[in-house]
Design a binder for this molecule. Structure first.
Ligand SMILES: [Ca+2]
Length: 195
């Protein structure tokens, strides 16, 4: 079962919930923030068609009560033969006003990476992730290409993972380069391909 969303970066909620896939994340924030852990309760994926239409498809995964288990997820319906420009955004809706976590990922771009994996489908590829300040993949934006003969099985999914590299620093990208990190977010958006 795809699950998500975990308490995220900034602070350190060391793995409160046994059995939850999403690990706690260490922090690069000052100590005085300790105890405040930050939650990601909503992941939004936006895909804009390249070419004449420029129609944008948006799908959302939500963990409305912040228990790290998704309670609402939308299906991503892609068109065969279409190329999309993608972006991802993260929010904590349990804050008032809702907090945009994407900005914090950008601020610590050297310590984060979004990874996109397609399962149960052929002819769907993700490429051209944007780069962090060290020219390593960041993945806040990307290109998604659906081949003209692409197919998807009933259980097809686009998995979105946010990795966080505690030991990475602006001038030390090695931990990220080696993918020596932890998972902040993991969401499997159900994937359908139409002609
Ligand atoms: Ca939930």
């Amino acid at each position: 079962m795809p699950y998500v969303i975990r308490t995220s970066h900034i602070l350190l909620l060391p793995l409160l919930v046994a059995g939850v896939l999403l690990a706690g994340c260490d922090t690069t924030e000052p100590e005085d923030d300790a105890g405040e852990g930050e939650l990601i309760t909503r992941v939004v994926l936006s895909l804009t068609e390249a070419g004449a239409s420029t129609r944008t498809i948006t799908v959302t995964a939500e963990d409305s009560n912040g228990d790290t288990v998704i309670d609402n997820i939308q299906t991503l319906t892609l068109t065969a033969g279409q190329t999309y420009t993608g972006s991802v955004a993260l929010y904590n809706d349990l804050e008032d006003p809702p907090e945009n976590i994407t900005e914090e990922v950008e601020e610590e771009d050297y310590a984060h990476q979004f990874q996109y994996t397609v399962t149960g489908a052929t002819g769907v590829t993700v490429s051209d992730r944007d780069l962090d300040r060290n020219n390593l993949p960041l993945g806040l934006t990307f290109t998604l290409t659906v081949a003209g003969d692409a197919t998807a099985s009933g259980g097809a999914a686009l998995r979105v993972v946010l990795r966080h590299y505690d030991e990475a620093a602006p001038d030390n990208p090695t931990p990220k380069q080696n993918d020596a990190g932890e998972t902040d977010v993991q969401v499997d958006f159900p994937l359908v391909i139409t002609d």
